[in-house]
Design a protein around this ligand. Structure first.
Ligand code: ANZ
Ligand code: ZN
Length: 888
């Protein structure tokens, strides 16, 4: 019996695979299968999360290859972004050098975990042969009216003189880098008009029946469709205009609750909206609004405190209620946001929380005089002061609509409004246009030129790429670094050929990743981002594996790009009309690792502070106490990080992969435990024993004769177990991806084969067939062992790789269980009978187990056993009669 040198086997097959890659097989006439794992940011180190995603995608990829698909399983690098720029600022390395070195390191690590990526499709988003096409797509969006510039409020760090992303501002509104209080500034920024696609992005979520419901729900919420109505309130401004005439204008409000229109006590404007009405505002009011607008810049965008709801200014203006004709005061309110609806709301204190708070704080009306216009369907208001925000029945103060339900009232009120012209039904989305400008160096330059005569002019497609200058000094201060690269900045206007300047912003890195999966299918195309033919053939991605943290932005942006490009007719998907990028989405869970805590202080303990000589009973060295154990997200502060490379060197990549797949279902948290990798190693060794046993068979047959007619019962049972396992595993690898269950089925099959192994009764064909199937089915998960075992099993035959062998087929006949009737006696009296598989009839203990587990068995034996003991069990008539004899 030979032992296995796992690391040597891995090395051997990694080399062989490289050679095989150099002689690619003919892929013609094969069906395509596109399996994609989210590409990583090249930080320089694979972490366990990466190992988990790539193990999952690799397993699926290898399985599909065995099924004869033309598999696309590409890998690349999401290489633009802040960390490279920060490394440059902190350590003086150029982002290019930093990125290239990191990619190299990570690629080696990916090979070490035995992944089978299509390296000939590799792409790196910071290479100009990639970002040339990102810029090309920017221009396409621009030419179709989907890229535009407007002023936007951004987080501005006054010390570092730079724009910060929301995630870079802490909860108190300070910059993560400089610690300065972040200001809100208005800057001209580029946007993609994703809102044009709001409806299809929402509606088509219903098509995605292989996406997790949770992710779709998050997208629905993000898009945030709200149906309601717009009402026009006439404003009579008493301020006289230059011609000394009274002026009136319409103020439009958006409401999701048209049924509450009889409860309006005031209208409220956002500060921006109010400032746009400058001509109508008394100057003291105008200055108050300016001050409030300034004050609100102090709030970080996410702040949600009560004060935000209560700040208000009475404008002194009045509007006329479109139905009742009442006079309604107009306020400016801090809680009204300028970029939602019309930037104006009708205030209904009795039925909206924020309106209530605002009304009381600004003493718009006495609490007791607040109009309640909606009654709950059943009970009355329990207390007079309570606000009621749900649907109900319209009260008597609602004119002709009194007594209607909210639903009916909404229809009636909006219909009447449309007839008379003072309102109309509308739809609002929470989704905002996508701000893609970054005042950063390490990103794709926005291919636009600013000309003093012609304004904003796109760079002609023929002049792409606009390459990033490399002679740059990065300090992290002063806004866009590209502003200071004179010879790059100064350019010529493509229209008038006069001197002009380049746009100095770069694109959000989410733009790069919104279309990378399309470039993979045609990565060397020099004429277009991808060809029509290839895109039509290979899109969409069949399975996309990645972290749930991308449930909203990345996936939404990718869907937007796909819909845009589909509309441009740059491809026709095989599934006609399928303008979605990813058919199936698999979101893998996080990897957690064990932590030890001092039970007294709660402090996390370093590894060297814990005595692990008995792994089941760790001891805190300094106190002798048992530390508190829990599984947590890996982090430096918890001393529980696990380095994949060390793990692989210790246990081998195959065992590591198996552990990852076995320990938890793909989308759940995986609790990392070295002891269970050891368990996987033990299983591997047991499979190896089976493989060896066949190598030792005196006579070996390659053409297995599996004729059920000549099998005895034991063989039939083995054959049934094999077919059952194939059936289960095939479903798992095809669609459910519950690899943890797959491994347990294979372990069970191993147990069975081991239990019959050198049994002379067992004819070789079924046994050999079982071992071969076992090896094939474990190969996608443990690829180098699969190869090695297959080679041993096929000594003398010319075989390149197991991944060109076909996946085992199910023999449905083999799945049928033949049953016989077994009569059960208690103390010699016949009590009940039971159907049992004929194959186990001779296995006395197995038959007894089945009998006792059955309903009758529970009743006659298990309950009886409580006060009596079973003396013995007699098997007679070839096992068909079983007599349980109890003690008296
Ligand atoms: C009157 C009303 C009565 C409202 C009531 C609600 C309840 P969703 O569902 O998110 O679309 N609103 C409209 N525009 C706003 C803005 N720019 N800033 C802040 N709030 C705004 O929310 C729609 C509701 O939010 C609208 O319906 C409006 O208040 C408010 F019992 O109008 B409602
Ligand atoms: Zn010009």
């Amino acid at each position: 019996q030979k032992n296995l040198d796992l690391l040597a086997i891995e090395r051997k097959w990694r080399e062989k695979w490289k050679q095989l890659k150099n002689n690619p097989k003919n892929q013609e006439n094969k069906k395509k299968f596109y399996i994609l794992a989210m590409f990583p940011y090249p930080s320089g180190m694979l972490h366990m999360g990466h190992v988990r995603v790539y193990t999952i995608s690799d397993t699926i990829s290898r399985f599909r290859k065995m099924l004869g698909y033309e598999v696309i399983h590409p890998m690349g690098w999401d290489a633009f972004g802040l960390p490279a720029e920060n490394a440059a600022i902190e350590r003086g390395v150029h982002p290019v050098d930093w990125t290239v070195a990191n990619i190299k390191a990570m690629k080696t690590q990916m090979e070490k975990i035995l992944t089978d990526f299509d390296w000939d499709r590799e792409l790196t988003t910071c290479n100009s042969d990639y970002y040339k096409w990102t810029q090309f797509l920017f221009l396409k969006l621009y030419k179709n009216g989907l890229a535009y510039q407007k002023e936007a409020v951004v987080n501005w760090d006054p010390i570092d003189q730079t724009v910060l992303a929301n995630e870079q501002v802490d909860s108190e509104g300070h910059s993560w880098r400089s610690g300065a209080k972040v200001e809100l500034r208005k800057l001209k920024q580029w946007f993609f008009k994703i809102t044009d696609f709001a409806e299809p992005l929402l509606k088509d979520l219903d098509k995605l029946n292989k996406w997790p419901e949770r992710v779709k729900q998050m997208q629905r919420h993000w898009i945030g469709k709200s149906e309601g109505a717009e009402f026009d309130f006439t404003v009579n401004s008493n301020r006289e205009n230059k011609e000394n005439r009274e002026t009136t204008f319409l103020l439009k409000v958006f409401t999701s609750r048209p049924d509450t229109i009889f409860g309006v006590h005031y209208l409220a404007l956002s500060t921006d909206h109010a400032l746009s009405l400058k001509d109508f505002l008394p100057s003291d009011v105008y200055f108050k609004v300016l001050k409030l607008a300034e004050e609100m810049k102090q709030y970080p965008i996410e702040a949600n405190d009560k004060e935000k709801f209560t700040k208000g200014i009475n404008t002194g203006l009045y509007a006329t209620h479109p139905i009742t004709g009442e006079t309604i005061p107009i306020y400016v309110a801090s809680y009204v946001v300028s970029d939602y609806g019309t930037g104006a709301v009708m205030g209904v204190p009795a039925h909206d929380q924020r309106d209530w708070i605002f009304t009381i704080a600004n003493r718009i009306v006495d609490e007791k005089d607040i109009k309640r216009v909606i009654k709950p369907y059943s009970a009355k208001f329990s207390e007079e002061s309570e606000i009621y925000t749900s649907y109900g029945i319209l009260s008597s103060n609602c004119g002709q609509y009194a007594g209607l339900t909210s639903e009916n009232a909404i229809n009636a009120i909006v219909n009447d409004a449309e007839k008379r012209g003072y309102g109309r039904s509308t739809v609002q989305y929470r989704l905002r246009d996508w701000l893609i400008s970054r005042q950063r160096y390490w990103g794709a330059p926005i291919p636009m030129i600013h000309c003093p005569r012609c304004n904003v002019v796109p760079v002609p497609e023929s002049e792409l790429p606009v390459t990033l200058p490399t002679n740059i000094s990065l300090t992290g201060r002063g806004g866009s670094p590209l502003k200071y690269v004179e010879d790059w900045l100064n350019s010529k206007c493509p229209k008038c050929h006069g001197p002009a300047k380049r746009d100095t912003d770069t694109m959000d890195t989410f733009v790069d990743s919104s279309w990378y999966f399309m470039r993979y299918i045609d990565p060397t195309n020099t004429l277009l981002p991808f060809s029509y033919e290839k895109a039509s053939k290979y899109l969409p991605v069949d399975v996309y594996v990645g972290g749930v943290e991308h449930a909203i932005l990345h996936l939404l942006y990718s869907r937007f790009f796909t819909k845009f490009l589909y509309k441009l007719e740059t491809y026709e998907s095989i599934n006609e009309g399928y303008d979605e990028p990813f058919k199936q989405l698999v979101t893998q869970g996080m990897v957690h690792a064990k932590t030890f805590k001092d039970p007294l202080s709660g402090r996390f303990l370093k590894p060297e502070e814990v005595d692990l000589s008995d792994p089941n009973e760790p001891i805190q060295k300094s106190t002798g106490l048992a530390p508190e154990i829990s599984f947590e997200k890996m982090s430096k502060s918890k001393y529980n990080g696990i380095d994949p490379e060390i793990t692989i060197e210790k246990y081998g990549a195959d065992a590591t992969r198996l552990h990852i797949l076995y320990k938890a279902p793909v989308s759940e948290i995986l609790e990392w435990e070295d002891s269970s990798i050891v368990g996987m190693q033990r299983w591997i060794l047991r499979v190896w024993r089976l493989v060896e046993s066949i190598a030792n068979f005196p006579q070996r047959s390659d053409d297995l004769i599996l004729d059920m007619n000549i099998m005895n019962n034991e063989e039939k049972e083995t054959y049934r177990i094999i077919n059952f396992t194939i059936k289960e595993l095939t479903t798992i690898f095809y669609e459910t991806y519950s690899f943890n269950t797959a491994v347990s089925y294979l372990i069970k099959l191993t147990n069975h084969l081991t239990s019959i192994s050198p049994n002379v009764n067992m004819s070789q064909p079924v046994y050999m067939y079982g071992v071969k199937c076992l090896v094939k089915m474990m190969a996608p998960m443990a690829p180098s062992l699969g190869e090695e075992f297959w080679e041993v099993l096929n000594k003398g035959r010319k075989i390149q790789t197991i991944f060109e062998e076909s996946w085992p087929e199910i023999d449905n006949k083999g799945l049928i269980i033949e049953e016989v009737t077994c009569v059960v006696q208690i103390d010699g009296k016949m009590r009940f009978s039971l159907q049992v598989p004929s194959s186990i009839l001779k296995d006395n203990s197995m038959v007894e187990k089945l009998i006792r587990k059955s309903n009758n068995g529970q009743k006659w034996i298990e309950e009886n056993k409580i006060d009596k003991k079973i003396k013995r069990v007699i098997h007679a008539n070839g096992g068909k009669i079983v007599n349980f004899v109890f003690e008296n």
